[in-house]
Design a binder for this molecule. Sequence first.
Ligand code: ZN
Length: 314
Amino acid sequence: MPAALTRRHFLRTTAALSAAAALAPRQLFAQQADMVAQSRAAAAKVPIKTTKLYDNVFLLQGQGGNMALQTGPEGKILIDSSFSTAAPALLEAISKAGEGPAYTLINTHWHFDHTDGNEATHAAGYRILAHENTLTRLSTPQVIKAFGLSLPAAPAGARPTATFGSTFHLHKNGDTLDLVHFDPAHTDTDIYIHFQKADVLHLGDTFFNGFYPFIDEGTGGTIHGMIHANEKALALAGNSTKIIPGHGPLGDKAALQSFHDMLSAIRDKVAALKSQGLTEKEAAAKKPTADFDATWAKGIMSPAAFTGIVYRTV
Ligand SMILES: [Zn+2]
């Protein structure tokens, strides 16, 4: 599938998200059901694009967050599960990619565009491994205020079956996978997964490659946390490390560095305005993102919406 098509689908969904955020509260309830339904309906039609990153490691991209797959005789390891409606195409792409029985699904964090396919993947034989906070978030109702979303607890079959606190290591199919929890960044559930030998690093939604990120302040996300997470990842990555963002095209250390530098510059500008006593509205009116908008204002977050998150969490 051409990259432009993926991007078009992404923008269509994110436009719906932004529209939902702008609605009056009374209209939200009807809209949010539409939004989840809309994403699922779109995901049913979007093919899964498979890109080989290493002998037995692949990038899988569809409607939801970016996924990764390791194949091998000791069992397949999948990272994130997209939308429930993408499951048939996802399972087919997994089966075409290479050998091995179902083994483990890892969730990078709790958000539904990364975990909605958990139940179907679990039913196909995968255990679900995630940070302990992901289990907590998926086991209880959650609210994403920015999008007017009230999400019920995930079904029992969609919840992690194994969890960890700070780090976990998997030794499978000739490689070692390091799973490490970030301090709260995009949410309080974020982890990275580093395939040591393949030198592939999945950063989940602590990295949006090419556009302003959503930061989920309702479940622990902060601008400082995002920047710290990027710094941790930059210290780990080499110049040839393949870096998978939660959204956007495959990245590398230089792309992550640009993202980090953009976040840091905007954080500093917004922090200065806030310390001068400006309200959130007044700070946004100063357009602290203006130098970056031509490059970064291309996705889910408008400059004003992104400035608001930075202001509230700085
Ligand atoms: Zn997310």
